[in-house]
Design a binder for this molecule. Sequence first.
Ligand code: ZN
Length: 293
Amino acid sequence: MSDYIVRATAADNQIRAFAITSRDLVEKARQIHNTSPVATAALGRTLSAGAMMGSMMKGEQDLLTLQIRGDGPLGGITVTADSKAQVKGYVNEPAVLIPANAKGKLDVSGAIGRGMLQVIRDLGMKEPYAGQTELQTGEIAEDLTYYFATSEQIPSSVGLGVLLNRDNTVRQAGGFIIQLMPYTEEKVIDALEKRLAAMSSVTELLDRGLSPEGILEDLLGEFGLTVNDTVPAAFSCSCSRERVEKAIISIGSKEIRDMIRDGKPIEVKCHFCNEAYTFTIEDLKEILNKAKR
Ligand code: ZN
């Protein structure tokens, strides 16, 4: 089974809900970046959220970026997703190792530390829409819940999880986002809060064999769940030699001339997928010609 997102509504459209199973894409990210267990968990949670939030956008070219900057040893996390739930991301310090937290779990909060969460939506307008909130716990799900409530005024509940095998490969990954419309009745809110408080963790449910549909049914079944559609999700990077060339052109003729004078080929690595692009002196001379045009 590969990764996908379920989009649903409940309680006569008073609730909208998303759930994802994301094991394959988180495992791919782990392999690409060779992340330590706590870095896999932090990146995996953010990728899972990013894919769901990406799928909330409408336009083909729309892009969502989640950026977490913390004072902990992980440094930061950057995740970008499009409206088709194609997602990519990286952490600043993929090798970070820290002791488990008091519950014996991977200490994502300790790895991230205190800092800020930024959400940027590029919807093809002149200016991208950006909202920023302070990290609440550094566990990511709670931080996004707080972001939705304060920056977008949408009462939400976010659950995210990554469970590893003994060999540190990804056993389960997934999450959900539940959002309340402004007209949601009090009794629905109260019942949902009770339901959420009683639920098991996302990874526990996935490990029990539940699908994203099953997780939403478990959470929202009593409110009358309607599954609207499913969207495949994947780790995918759109970088290419042409794009890297454009990036080199954008740094300016003077810098390119300096590189040529150094007499050594340059290697540019994509942060998101670690793909390396090498440019020889001849390549750089060609790029310089394009830059002058
Ligand atoms: Zn790339």
